[in-house]
Design a protein around this ligand. Structure first.
Ligand code: PLP
Length: 372
């Protein structure tokens, strides 16, 4: 199988698996218990926390582990609303956000929050002028992702944070697709990340919180994470996340260069007739979201079962729903149904990319011949 679905998840790095194994097999102590073994597990979690913080490279805050980035985003949004100062009841977000943000915002709107979902341009980018006009003294939080999971488009987050801070609003950023792939933008107060997108294990995410801007707890109980998030932490998952973050930090530039080479090879191998969805200038190049007129993307997936790639977002795949992100770019139903997402990264070889793209181009041409 050729795996080209790096936005959905990434293969676990061998170094990560090795670091996790002892915590699965022998070291089973509860990290919150006072025994020597408990202390050892707690210490390993603190090392992992520092590794994630170092890879994120923000100053003046700390990371709390969560069960996923979805949890981190729910926590950031709901917990910030719970602590909102009087008179600040507005959230501004963007139409191309992940469902973990959009659906949570919609839920909050149902609870009385005043929600504004801003459109993007045909390139997938938020217009800063539009945001500036929307910002007022009622805005509590601006939530914008760094790198889009479906189309790879990067938002000008540092500038967004500057504008939001001028209006004394907080900034939440979903950096799930950015960590380890691009340099994280400075400025946000809350940042959500996920281990399984950086060659770590599934089932663990984190929320970086600027000191003093921590959201109110979402999950109540033992208060294991700084009194802000409850539940026994898994040393195995934390250690795996830490090892993945360390590798991401060390290899970020090398992985970035590798991905750039793969992008060029893919574009060349696909040949003419394909259109890139979203900006090609402001983009993480490990995400190649393309369309080809009159191609049925679902049929391509069925025809090429030994190549793992996606129809738009992995979350929307199979649902039959057209992608909300492609729709936000202005694509109609037909164009969205002709779009595929190829995602590659650290362990993808050029031979794999070229082989897969040749076969995709051939399958698309065959479809065209059959339908002619
Ligand atoms: N945000 C983005 C941009 C994502 O791509 C994903 C995963 O697909 C998530 C959030 C949710 O992450 P998790 O799987 O850790 O809940």
């Amino acid at each position: 199988m050729i795996y080209l679905d790096y936005q959905a998840t990434t293969p676990v790095a061998p170094e990560v698996g090795k670091a996790m194994l002892p915590w699965l097999e022998d070291k089973f102590a509860n990290p919150h218990s006072p025994s020597r073994w408990g202390h050892e597990a707690a210490a390993a979690i603190e090392v992992a926390r520092k590794q994630v913080e170092k890879a994120m490279d923000y100053k003046g805050g700390s990371v709390a582990f969560t069960g996923s980035a979805t949890e981190a985003l729910n926590w950031a949004l709901k917990g910030t609303v719970e602590k909102a100062p009087k008179g600040r009841n507005r959230i501004i977000t963007v139409a191309t956000e992940h469902a973990a943000v959009l659906d949570t915002c919609e839920w909050l709107a149902g609870q009385g929050v005043d929600l504004t979902v801003l459109p993007v341009g045909p390139d997938g980018r938020l217009d800063l002028g539009l945001l500036e006009r929307e910002l007022d003294e009622r805005v509590l939080l601006v939530a914008v992702m760094m790198v889009n999971n479906e189309i790879g488009v990067r938002q000008p987050l540092t500038a967004i944070a500057e504008l939001a801070h001028k209006a004394e609003a907080l900034v939440l950023s979903d950096a799930v697709q950015a960590l380890g792939r691009v340099e994280l933008c400075k400025g946000p107060d809350l940042v959500a990340v996920s281990a399984h997108k950086i060659h770590g294990p599934k089932g663990i995410g984190a929320l970086w919180m600027r000191k003093g801007k921590e959201p109110a707890p979402l999950i109540h109980g033992g208060g294991q994470e700084m009194g802000l998030r409850s539940g026994t932490l898994s040393p195995m998952l934390c250690v795996g996340f830490g090892a993945a973050a360390k590798l991401a930090e060390q290899r970020c530039n090398r992985d970035f260069d590798h991905v750039q080479r793969l992008w060029k090879a893919a574009i060349h191998a696909l040949g003419p007739g394909w259109i890139v969805n979203g900006s090609t200038d402001h983009r993480y190049l490990g995400n190649l979201n393309i369309r080809r007129e009159s191609v049925d993307a679902a049929r391509l997936i069925a025809d090429l079962r030994d190549i793992a790639f996606s129809l738009g977002s992995a979350c929307a795949s199979g649902s039959g729903r057209p992608s909300h992100v492609l729709k936000a770019l202005g694509l109609d139903y037909r164009a969205a149904r002709s779009s595929i997402r190829l995602g590659f990264g650290r362990y993808t070889t050029q031979v794999e990319v070229v082989d897969a793209c040749h076969r995709l181009a051939k399958a698309a041409l065959e479809q065209e011949k059959l339908d002619a």
